[in-house]
Design a protein around this ligand. Structure first.
Ligand SMILES: Nc1ncnc2c1ncn2[C@@H]1O[C@H](COP(=O)(O)OP(=O)(O)OP(=O)(O)O)[C@@H](O)[C@H]1O
Length: 280
C-alpha cells in the first residue's frame, strides 16, 4: 500500500481562497475557467458541449484547455482521452487519462476509431430506447476527448490519407458526440479556414479565441461577423496572456482572463485526482 496521504495533496490556502475539492467532482458540475471583465467567475458546463480554442502561439490556449482537463481529472465519472501532438501540454495529466497519445498518428487514429465505435454503440442504445441523448445512469461513462493541436494531425504529420482520416474522425466525433456523452475540446494556433473550416467550427457550441493576428482568424474561431461588430481577439494586447473571448452557443463573446494553474499545482491536482479515481 502507498503511504500517500490525500490530505497533504493541497497545501493550506489563503483565507477566502476557493478550497480544493475534498471529494470527487462530477463532470456535470460546472468547470471554472477564469474571471470576466467585471471580476465575475466564468464557468462552463462540459457535457453536451464541444469547445474550440484558437489563437496565436503563446496566447494562453493550453492554460485554458488545462483548466478544463484539470476539472475533468477530478471528476470520477469521466474518462480522459488526450491527444497531444506537442506531448508536453497534456502529459502531466497522463497518469489519470484512459488514453494518452503523443505525436503518434497511427495511435491517434486507433484511439479515434475506438471512440467512433463507442459512439455507434451509444447511438444504437438511444435508438433502441427511443431517446435522443445519453443521460447519467444510462450505463455509459462520459468521455472527454482533447485534441491539441488540430493542425499537427491534419496538416503536419502523417500521410495525406491519414490526415484526411483524422479530420473525418474528429468531425464525426464532434458532430455526434454531444448527445452521446462524448465531449471534445480542440485547440489550434492556426485559426485558418483550412484547419477550421466553417462546417467544423459550427459544430462547437463554445468557442474561445485568444489573441489573433487578423479579424478573419478571430472570426474563424468565434463565428463569422463578430469582428465587424467590435468583438475581435485582435484587440487583445500581446502582453495580456490568458485574456480571451468566450462565446457560448447563441451568445455574445465575453472577455475573460483564465485562471492559471502552475506546474506544481497541476502535479498536486493530478496526484489528488489519481487518488480519487482509485477510490471511486
Ligand atoms: N491566465 C494566465 N495568467 C497568467 N499567465 C498566463 C495565463 N495564460 C497563459 N499564461 C502564460 O503564457 C504562457 C503561454 O500560454 P499557453 O502555453 O497557454 O499558450 P498557447 O496559446 O497554448 O501557446 P502555444 O500555441 O505555443 O502552445 C504560459 O506559459 C503562461 O506563462
Amino acid at each position: 500500500m502507498s503511504s500517500f496521504d490525500p490530505r497533504q495533496v493541497f497545501p493550506r490556502r489563503k483565507p477566502g481562497a476557493t478550497p480544493a475539492p475534498l471529494s470527487a467532482l462530477s463532470i456535470y458540475n460546472p468547470a471554472y475557467l477564469g474571471l470576466d471583465a467585471r471580476g465575475k467567475r466564468v464557468h462552463v458546463t462540459l457535457p453536451y458541449r464541444n469547445i474550440l480554442i484558437g489563437g496565436e502561439p503563446g496566447a494562453g490556449k493550453s492554460v485554458a484547455q488545462g483548466n478544463f482537463v484539470a476539472h475533468a481529472a477530478l471528476c470520477t465519472d469521466v474518462d480522459l482521452i488526450l491527444i497531444d501532438g506537442k506531448i508536453v501540454e497534456l502529459l502531466p495529466y497522463a497518469p489519470v487519462a484512459k488514453e494518452f497519445v503523443g505525436n503518434n498518428m497511427p495511435k491517434a487514429l486507433r484511439v479515434l476509431k475506438d471512440l467512433q465505435a463507442d459512439l455507434d454503440e451509444r447511438y444504437l442504445h438511444l435508438a433502441r430506447n427511443g431517446r435522443k441523448k445519453i443521460v447519467p445512469g444510462d450505463g455509459f461513462r462520459a468521455k472527454l476527448l482533447v485534441v491539441d493541436e488540430l493542425a499537427y494531425f491534419t496538416v503536419t504529420v502523417g500521410t495525406k490519407e491519414q490526415q484526411e482520416e483524422f479530420r473525418v474522425l474528429v468531425r464525426d466525433i464532434v458532430a455526434r458526440g454531444r448527445a452521446a456523452g462524448i465531449i471534445t475540446i480542440a485547440s489550434t494556433q492556426r485559426p485558418s479556414a483550412d484547419i477550421v473550416p466553417t462546417s467544423l467550427r459550427d459544430l462547437f457550441g463554445y468557442r474561445l479565441a485568444f489573441r489573433c493576428a487578423t479579424d478573419s482568424s478571430s472570426d474563424i474561431i468565434l463565428g463569422t461577423g463578430w469582428a465587424s461588430q467590435g468583438h475581435t481577439a485582435v484587440d487583445i494586447a500581446p502582453e495580456a496572456l490568458g485574456v480571451g473571448l468566450l462565446r457560448a452557443e447563441g451568445g455574445f463573446p465575453r472577455r475573460l482572463k483564465t485562471a492559471h494553474l502552475k506546474d506544481d499545482e497541476i502535479n498536486q491536482l493530478v496526484r489528488r485526482a489519481a487518488y480519487l479515481r482509485r477510490a471511486a
